[in-house]
Design a protein around this ligand. Sequence first.
Ligand code: PLP
Length: 357
Amino acid sequence: MTTYNFAAGPAMLPPSVLEQVCADIPDWYKGMSVMEIGHRTPPFNELAEALKQKIKTLLKVPDSHTILLMPGGARMQFALLPMNFISKGQQANYVQSGYWSESAALEAKRVGNVHIAASSESKQYQQIPIDKEWQISQNAAYVHYTDNETIHGVEFHQTPNIEGIPLLTDMTSSLLAKPIAVEKYSLIYASAQKNIGPAGLTVVILDKSFAQRATPGLPKMFDYTNWLETDSMYNTPATFSWYVANLVMDWLIKEGGVEAIYRKNQKKSEKLYQFIDESDFYQNTIEASSRSRMNIPFLLADSTLEERFLEKAEEQGLMQLKGHRLVGGLRASLYNAMPESGVDALIKFMKDFQRQA
Ligand SMILES: *Cc1c(COP(=O)(O)O)cnc(C)c1O
């Protein structure tokens, strides 16, 4: 029986990557594992450069931007953005489309002045607030939004159209899953454990001229210019996570790159949405044009069947389908590494479960 892991994060990794990890562990370099090698040695440096180069190529990152590999997860970025980029008299603008963007705004409020430019909270986060309706304040330091809301299951399918104000985004659950126009952003961040690799690494794509606005004198761990100057090697990085991420990038290149994986992601998510929409046993309540391609929350018409659904699914090797406690129900995360056969197996199980219920 094949196991398909639908976790929202930490999420499944491509099986071929796991096999490579197993093969490499005892002897990655001269009889030592990658976890036992200095982060400033030539072999590790080579890996770090290769990883950055692959991300740059896959996402067509222009030379105006640099790639930082940082610790602390997305939540550390929630804190660092306002610390670095709200200057005196400025307001940070946040767009709220679900739990993660709300959390980012709450953290920014601990640091500086925040203006909520738009929110779909009154719509229970069932759709994204469209950019035409964003009310950006006069003295905006930046505008922040969350590209894909992992818990609520809504996604921006286009870059919001804003002019003249730095645009920052949390792409933790969507980076490398679709082509993006990197040049439109001043800063993009994504912690690794959804689409990139194991937890412990956060990829930041930063416009170098925007970085110069960073508040001077911050502790170095919190200062983007320090991360730029030290080439992401200020302190000991999560070397194992970097190593696995590098293998995941190799896998993604072999899969045909971001355009190719995007087409697969479209196909996978459309299959599942279509099945759910045609059923009166399962339901997804998200407004159609805001639906996420990565995280698909769904409900059973009879919610008392949820426990049994999860139990039976596990018996079939369909793992971690429980919805987030905030929204309840069930959730299938279909990140890059999830093959179409996993979606087919899930749909087949859902049909069988309905028949037997
Ligand atoms: C998972 C997730 C986070 C939290 O990431 P951490 O690395 O745990 O801080 C933030 N934003 C989004 C969109 C996520 O999916």
